[in-house]
Ligand binder design. Structure first.
Ligand SMILES: [Zn+2]
Length: 469
């Protein structure tokens, strides 16, 4: 693995990973299963280790020479990607075969380097990364084709060439980088073919480092390490206080026990400023310095709103996890509608919802609780008491049913969400039977995760499109 210097334990005053800039943690498959010696007579009690994938993000401070170097590498990587994609397209036209074998890719790479000598100046691992990005672009393409086939309204276009700014990072898989400690609190990231730059290592990296990505965002540079950490599985919490969460336009979230999370007020300001800079960018002449400047401003506004969303979601989730609830049920977001809806306000709101769901899912898992995603259909119209469907307009804030049930509209929806999550496990809810609760939990977590990743992917493309950069 990459030989990053482990930060020694005396430096543990550095805030823990979960406290600062927490990015994402996803549990991987359980690999090692060991039986607890002390409880040998109960084979149902076992200790499990899980691999957690984590991303660590740090600000980089390259000097101007290194900046030019990085910009050059990023641009070169983009050109190489486009070149290789062009070759892949030609190949597809000829053979009608969409797969790229490593040997074919190597031929593309040789040809590309022969056509443009500059490509040899790219670090070999970064060259290889272009391959993985192509494969990923193809996989996304296949996924869209498949979705289209089952009737979803998505565009299934062939992977596209990346414009400047749409390929703003380079990735080193495994080799070619290292972090050195110069003196207390000063660390240098050394990268092959680029050199050393100061890195703000505000928290330690836990686990084995797998890749390094250097990213340029709104004129600033970041290093993102992905690492795999093997940890003891968290003991499961008994599900005694499950809660349903309804996400809405008026209120950010409403809980089935009546609690509400207010909509953050930064969203409206951000929306105004982003709209303003979008107009400025559109007005200014393409390719002009002034347009580039406005674009940078626009990018900064997006970054600001992202950071604010992150903080807001982080606090809201922390609060939920610490409130005594033992499991969470949320509704699946309507991805199709969201993709079609390019309106700014919605795209900001959708981004914060999806961040909320992914953060809650990770944090709940870390705390030994589950989060279930349920079908969102009719959660507002259905009576949570008798199940009858009532027609309700958007302005109706109160839900009232012929059966006599009256409740806050969103609370009724949240109760429906909770009911849907618990309905699937009726019968297997027998407490104390550890083995059966485990299997229910694992099965559910598995299906949840897949759904979840898809959502994240489409949210990202949605946010990207909304930027209109
Ligand atoms: Zn009713």
């Amino acid at each position: 693995m990459a030989d990053i210097e482990r930060i020694n334990s005396s430096e543990r005053e550095i805030p823990h990973a979960s406290a600062v800039g927490w990015e994402r943690g996803r549990k991987r498959k359980t690999n090692t299963v060991a039986y607890n010696g002390g409880r040998d007579n109960n084979p149902n009690v076992k200790i499990e280790y899980v691999d957690i994938a984590k991303a660590y993000r740090y600000r980089l401070y390259p000097d101007s020479k290194r900046q030019r170097e990085l910009d050059g590498q990023i641009e070169l990587a983009r050109l190489l990607y486009n070149k290789l994609l062009g070759k892949a397209k030609d190949e597809y036209k000829r053979t009608k075969n969409l797969g790229i074998k490593p040997s074919t890719f190597n031929r593309f790479l040789r040809e590309a380097k022969a056509e443009n000598k500059e490509f040899s100046g790219l670090y070999s691992q970064v060259q290889r990364e272009a391959y993985f990005r192509l494969i990923k672009a193809y996989q996304n393409f296949f996924r869209r084709v498949k979705e289209k086939r089952v009737g979803k309204k998505v565009k299934a276009g062939f992977p596209r060439f990346r414009a400047r700014g749409r390929y703003a990072s380079i990735t080193y898989p495994q080799f070619g980088f290292r972090v050195d400690r110069e003196r207390k609190d000063v660390h240098m990231l050394r990268v092959s073919k680029i050199g050393g730059m100061r890195i703000e290592l505000h928290r330690p990296i836990e686990g084995d480092i797998k890749t390094l990505t250097i990213k340029k965002e709104a004129g600033e540079y970041y290093a993102i390490f992905s690492a795999i950490d093997r940890v003891l599985d968290t003991p499961r919490v008994m599900d005694t206080y499950p809660v349903g969460i309804d996400m809405g336009l008026e209120t950010f979230a409403t809980l089935s026990d009546g609690r509400k999370i207010k909509k953050p007020d930064f969203a409206r300001t951000a929306e105004r400023r982003i709209a303003k800079w979008q107009r400025v960018v559109a007005r200014r002449q393409k390719g002009s310095k002034r347009r580039d400047k406005a674009r940078l401003k626009l990018e900064r506004e997006w970054q600001a709103v992202n950071n604010q969303t992150k903080d807001f979601v982080f606090k809201a989730v922390g609060d939920l996890i610490g409130s005594g609830y033992t499991s969470f049920a949320v509704e699946g977001l309507h991805i199709q509608n969201m993709l079609q809806n390019h309106r700014l306000a919605r795209s900001i709101q959708n981004a914060s919802w999806s961040r909320f769901i992914s953060t809650l899912s990770c944090k709940a898992e870390e705390a030994g609780m589950t989060m279930t995603v349920v079908d969102a259909r009719n959660t507002s119209q259905e009576c949570s008491k008798c199940g009858k469907l009532n027609s309700l307009s958007l302005s109706d804030r109160t839900f009232s049913c012929a059966c006599g049930y009256v409740a806050d509209r969103d609370v009724n929806a949240a109760i429906n969400i909770l009911n849907r999550a618990t309905a699937g496990q009726a019968g297997s809810h027998a407490r104390g039977d550890l083995a059966s609760t485990h299997s229910v939990r694992d099965g559910r977590a598995g299906s949840l995760k897949r759904e979840h990743t898809q959502q994240e992917v489409s949210m990202m493309s949605n946010a990207g499109e909304a930027r209109g950069l």
